[in-house]
Design a binder for this molecule. Structure first.
Ligand code: HQG
Length: 176
C-alpha cells in the first residue's frame, strides 16, 4: 500500500469518519496518535515512522501533530463539526476556487457554499485550483475578490500549506 493511499485513508478518518477504525476525534479535531496507528493497522500497515513521514512530506500540509506529538489532526477539509482554533488572517487580494464546469450554473446563483464541509476551501494559486476542480470533473476556476470580501466583513482563515477557508462566497465576489 503506497503512502499516498494511506494518507487518503487518514484524511477520510480525521476529516469525516473516525468511527470506521473505532477512534474518536475531540472537539478540536485531535485524535490519539497511537489509537490512529492501531486503527489503521486493521486494514493496512502503518508505523509511527511512516506516519511521521506522511505528515512531514505532505505537499499540502494536510496534518499537524500537537506539541508533544501524542495527537494528530487534519488541518482542513472536515465535515465533522470541529473547532480548529483558526485565527482570522488577511487574505491576498485574490484567491481561487477550482470546481467542475457542471456546478457553475448553481454557483452563479448561490455563490460558493461549504456543501458537506465546514468551510469553502480556496487556493492561493490557479494551478492548485485547477487540480482541486479536476477532482470533480472538467475544471473551472473562479477568481475571488478576497480583498473586497474582507472589506465587507467576511472572515478568512489561512491553513498551513496554502489553503484558505471562509464560510461562503456570495456571487458578487466571483470574478471570471
Ligand atoms: C461545489 C481537497 C453547486 C464546490 C481540496 C466543489 C480542497 C457548489 C464541491 C478541499 C456550490 C464540493 C475541498 C453550489 C460549492 N452549487 N456546487 N452553490 N458551492 N460547490 O470536495 O473545494 O486534497 O467538498 O465548487 O484540495 O473541491 O483532500 O470541496 O466542487 O482543499 O487535501 O461543491 O479538499 O483537499 O466539493 O475541496 P468538496 P473542494 P485535499
Amino acid at each position: 500500500m503506497s503512502n499516498k493511499s494511506t494518507s487518503k485513508f487518514i484524511s477520510l478518518i480525521l476529516r469525516h469518519h473516525p468511527e470506521i477504525i473505532g477512534i474518536v476525534v475531540d472537539e478540536h479535531g485531535w485524535a490519539d496518535v497511537d489509537a490512529l496507528i492501531r486503527g489503521v493497522n486493521k486494514s493496512r500497515p502503518l508505523d509511527r515512522r511512516t506516519l511521521e513521514k506522511i505528515v512531514a512530506e505532505d505537499e499540502k500540509q494536510r496534518y499537524a501533530f500537537n506539541e508533544d506529538r501524542t495527537k494528530i489532526r487534519a488541518v482542513y477539509g472536515h465535515s465533522i463539526p470541529v473547532d480548529l482554533d483558526l485565527e482570522p488572517a488577511d487574505p491576498p487580494a485574490y484567491l481561487y476556487h477550482g470546481t467542475a464546469e457542471r456546478f457553475v450554473p448553481s454557483i452563479e446563483q448561490e455563490g460558493l457554499l461549504p456543501m458537506q464541509r465546514l468551510y469553502v476551501h480556496l487556493s492561493a494559486d490557479v494551478k492548485t485550483a485547477i487540480q482541486v476542480g479536476a477532482r470533480h470533473g472538467k475544471p473551472f476556476v473562479y477568481t475571488i475578490d478576497a480583498q473586497a470580501m474582507q472589506k465587507d466583513g467576511y472572515v478568512f482563515y489561512h491553513c498551513t500549506g496554502g489553503t484558505w477557508l471562509t464560510e461562503c462566497v456570495p456571487p458578487r465576489y466571483l470574478l471570471k
